[in-house]
Design a protein around this ligand. Structure first.
Ligand code: AMP
Length: 397
């Protein structure tokens, strides 16, 4: 996978119509439809400002929610247009359709320095199915395609990949940063390179572990998936999360780590409980000897110390997945300890989206992290080393 892609500053956008794929998939209040968090809209502002300041006419587009190809008034992007306009301090023209008469007329009349937003792309079935005629109709409104929605680059949709068949395609600043930092870490990491993997399931992270075993110096395993590894080594894990069908895989990974000289760290102690509840009493036990009536809910204090020490001398750290059930305060200490260790490490620190990003934000360490990826599924596929259609379609530098 080539991460060295052209970006907005590598091309001349002056006087050009630019189709800009944003991620405006914002959370909304179920009753009122009000936007409850506009972080994603604010994140898009630098690229939008760059394009407008450099004389482009911007045709922005995004999906919102899962309308599955049907028009759904609740999922209109109209409130996003209004919020974007407030944040930009600039008029945002809103099209009532996507590739219909209104959008086409407004796009044709759009001048340099103006911005418009198309209606929710996923109102048309052609978006997720990547229909060529839908992609071409989007592309026909513009002269350049700028992709800045990292959260959807692992999807081959019309607006994330299809349009690149018809227009010169470059990244916006958000995707550029993801490629530079995450791509840089995978291709040429400052060593030692430590990867921390947690979360509920081994099966979600199989390809990530496999890929990172080729690249990392140390892999730290925590969260629910650690117990399948413990069982694979002959441990008793009580009622902890177990993926029976992944035991062989866990053994294979342990053997692969050994043969590659990669340190694979597993929790030595565990905070266990008799029930999966926020009020459960944490009891510290040996990970290989969890009582029959108990489940592992978090890494224990000895493991916290060992993991923090492994992180302390790192040059690059990539983290995906919490160390325990961090949503319950009594079982958040392991995740908190890792967040703190990352914040204090002095390494290039990267959080691969999803739950670990939420944990770092919730625990107050977000501003001490080099990069928190904006795409959960996308960053996981990135770490798997998979080719991402929304990146592959961009012009190489
Ligand atoms: P993932 O989406 O795979 O990153 O998993 C995140 C989820 O894993 C969080 O909701 C955590 O509560 C959960 N999790 C972490 N550790 C455990 C554990 N030991 N037992 C059960 N669930 C866990």
């Amino acid at each position: 996978m080539n991460y060295n892609k052209k970006t907005v500053s590598d091309i001349d956008v002056s006087g050009k119509k630019v189709l800009l794929r944003c991620d405006f998939n914002v959370p909304q209040d179920k009753e009122t439809g009000a936007i409850t968090d506009d972080k994603r809209i604010r994140a898009a502002l630098p690229t939008i400002r760059y394009l407008l300041d450099n004389g482009a006419a911007v045709i922005a587009c995004s999906h919102l929610g899962k309308p599955k190809g049907e028009w759904n008034k609740k999922l209109t992007l109209a409130p996003v247009a209004a919020r974007l306009s407030e944040l930009l301090g600039h008029e945002v023209i809103f099209a009532k359709d996507i590739i219909g008469e209104d959008a086409k007329a407004k796009a044709a009349a759009l001048q340099s320095g103006q911005i418009m937003l198309l209606e929710n792309l996923r109102f048309d079935i052609g978006e997720e199915k990547n229909h060529a005629d839908f992609a071409k109709a989007l592309a026909d409104m513009a002269e350049i395609y700028v992709s800045d929605a990292f959260g959807t680059v692992h999807r081959a949709h019309a607006s994330t990949a299809g349009v690149a068949a018809y227009l010169p395609a470059v990244s916006g600043m958000l995707i550029q940063k993801e490629l530079e930092i995450m791509g840089g870490a995978l291709e040429n990491p400052k060593r030692p390179f430590v990867a921390i993997l947690g979360g509920a399931k081994v099966s979600d992270k199989i390809n990530v572990i496999n890929n990172l075993l080729e690249k990392a110096d140390t892999i730290i395993i925590g969260g629910g998936m650690a117990y399948t590894f413990a069982k694979a080594q002959g441990g008793s894990i009580g009622t902890s999360l177990l993926e029976e069908d992944k035991l062989d895989y866990a053994r294979e990974m342990i053997a692969k780590a050994e043969s590659k000289g990669v340190k694979l760290l597993l929790p030595v102690d565990t905070l266990a409980a008799t029930e999966f509840s926020k009020d459960a009493e944490p009891v510290c036990v040996d990970t290989m000897n969890i009582p029959d009536n108990m489940m592992g809910m978090d890494i224990g204090p000895k493991t916290r110390e060992a993991y923090a020490a492994a992180v302390a001398g790192a040059g690059t750290i990539v983290w995906n997945g919490p160390m325990g059930v961090f949503e319950f305060p009594a079982f958040a200490e392991g995740t908190k300890a890792m967040a703190k260790a990352l914040a204090e490490s002095g390494a290039v620190t990267i959080i691969g989206g999803g739950d670990s990003a939420a944990a770092v934000e919730q625990l107050g360490f977000a501003d001490k992290i080099t990069h928190i990826s904006t795409g959960g599924g996308a960053s996981l596929e990135f770490l798997e080393g998979k080719e991402l259609p929304g990146v592959a379609c961009l012009l190489d530098k």
